[in-house]
Design a binder for this molecule. Structure first.
Ligand SMILES: Cc1cc2nc3c(=O)[nH]c(=O)nc-3n(C[C@H](O)[C@H](O)[C@H](O)COP(=O)(O)OP(=O)(O)OC[C@H]3O[C@@H](n4cnc5c(N)ncnc54)[C@H](O)[C@@H]3O)c2cc1C
Length: 300
């Protein structure tokens, strides 16, 4: 991100919540479970699957961790009651990785057991590089007896190929591949767009070669095209893979994928911790920050 863009995002991040919310709401399903269930129902009606995410990360307050845990419980029960299929995505730093690591595994296990009985997959999102080893280790431990669980690898991480080779030594590997969203050092992470794309495709090929289930999470038209070519070349049926996109992003490609009968799952974030998530969206796409400013000036 250039210096100008950085300054712009910084400026927008200091604006009142009401202003940021006007733009953030495109990416956030709402503040509570019912808002998110409504969005999911609408998307399902349009042929899209879903993974539900309660916003929040780096939580240090154990009461808040307990609250999130019980909110996920209610979410799972309501998803089941609604009879619309779906997954949930969780972040380990939201469930106690930093504040209460001793109880983290049992929280994720309990959640995954409940979700599993309702045929809901729990995907453990990947956070910054300090959490990678722990996340993969926990995933590997839980999948021994919990089949409805998955995790994520980031194509910018240099270690990801080794991780994927190791994970796919066992059966029943379910991995979302994404580029990676955190700022990581060049020592451990690829920085060039082309290299990250190449690694993304290599990881996808390894997963497919080794009979794992990939969730192809990108809005990059080049990667979507190359993935579709790979799927076609291998003659894969739609039960062998899925595409994933974020709520509010990638509309043109969604239509193209759905028209081609490719499974597409939308990541639906919601909850009161929407501000940090939205600011990250602005950082990724500084044009949005520009629109916030422009709108503010023209409406004020
Ligand atoms: C379903 C899903 C789950 C993810 N889970 C994780 C995770 O667990 N850990 C992790 O580190 N990262 C995660 N990510 C984020 C991912 O790592 C990338 O940072 C993000 O998807 C942008 O990369 P891209 O492949 O879409 O390509 P880009 O080249 O960055 O984007 C392609 C185009 O899509 C649009 N676009 C992309 N992202 C956004 C956005 N957020 N807002 C507005 N427009 C956008 C832009 O127009 C951009 O030009 C996830 C992404 C998706 C889709």
């Amino acid at each position: 991100m250039g210096v100008g863009s950085k300054a712009l995002v910084e400026l927008v991040s200091r604006m009142p919540e009401t202003v940021i919310w006007r733009f953030a709401r495109r990416y956030i399903a709402g503040l509570d479970i019912q808002d998110a269930l409504n969005v999911r129902e609408e998307l399902y009606g349009l042929g899209m699957l879903n993974t539900m995410d309660i916003l929040g990360e780096d939580v240090m307050d154990t009461n808040q961790i307990d609250e999130t845990f019980s909110l996920y419980h209610s979410l799972v029960e309501k998803m089941y009651a609604s009879k619309i299929p779906g997954n949930i995505s969780v972040k380990l730093t939201q469930l106690g990785l930093k504040a209460d690591p001793d109880n983290l595994e049992s929280r994720v296990r309990t959640l995954a057991e409940l979700a599993g009985t309702h045929n809901i997959l729990v995907r453990i999102d990947m956070e910054d590089a300090t959490t990678t080893s722990f996340t993969l280790k926990l995933y590997d431990a839980l999948r021994q007896d919990l089949p409805r669980i998955g995790t994520v690898v980031q194509a910018y991480m240099k270690r990801s190929k080794t991780d994927v080779l190791k994970l796919t030594e066992k059966e029943n590997t379910n991995i979302r591949i994404c580029k990676g969203i955190y700022k990581e050092s060049p020592d451990i992470a690829l920085q060039k767009r082309g290299e990250i794309r190449d690694n993304f495709m290599n990881l996808l090929r390894i997963l497919l070669d080794r009979n794992a289930y990939p969730a192809i999470a990108t809005h990059d038209p080049v990667l979507v095209k190359q993935s579709l070519e790979e799927i076609k070349r291998r003659g894969l049926t739609p039960d062998k893979y899925e595409f994933q996109m974020l709520h509010g992003v990638g509309f043109n490609m969604r239509k193209m994928l759905l028209d081609g009968n490719h499974p597409l799952r939308i990541y639906i974030p919601f909850g009161s911790a929407w501000r940090a998530y939205s600011l990250r969206r602005f950082r990724e796409n500084p044009k949005l920050a520009f629109y916030v400013l422009k709108n503010l000036i023209s409406s004020g």
